[in-house]
Design a protein around this ligand. Structure first.
Ligand code: MG
Length: 131
């Protein structure tokens, strides 16, 4: 289990907050925090101005990232997911899907003329087919 998952688990247990933190509300909390981050950059389109705005407001950005990770750790704990393993699997799959030899200086958005090996790469996670 991820170091922060353990801390969040203890934090929740010490306060007996599990009764309030159902998964749906954790998800909505993540959306709320993403919205707070979006407020920092909303309506700006210039990538350079966006980068500078994030750096200029680094404390607010860090606050939002911390809040999101805290809620993600809660969600992972309540779902039995090990964040370190989940992220490692995602990175492994992304490396297969976007190998450096094909994607250096090329994005993967096939909707705007990029390439994507999504259809040709088997994911590490096997999801059950639902009918
Ligand atoms: Mg916040």
């Amino acid at each position: 289990m991820n170091k922060y998952q353990k801390i969040v688990k203890k934090f929740e247990k010490d306060r007996n907050w599990g009764q309030f933190h159902n998964p749906k509300d954790l998800l909505l909390g993540i959306v709320e925090e993403v919205g707070e981050l979006r407020n920092i950059v909303k309506w700006e389109q210039d990538p350079e101005v966006l980068k500078k705005t994030l750096i200029k407001n680094k404390d607010e950005v860090a606050d939002g990232i911390g809040d999101i990770f805290f809620l993600l750790a809660h969600l992972a704990n309540s779902s039995g997911v090990d964040i370190d393993k989940a992220v490692a699997t995602t990175i492994k799959d992304l490396r297969k899907r976007f190998p450096v030899k094909d994607f250096k200086d090329n994005h993967g958005n096939r909707y705007i003329e990029g390439k994507d090996k999504k259809d040709g790469v088997k994911k590490s996670r096997n999801f059950k087919k639902r009918s």
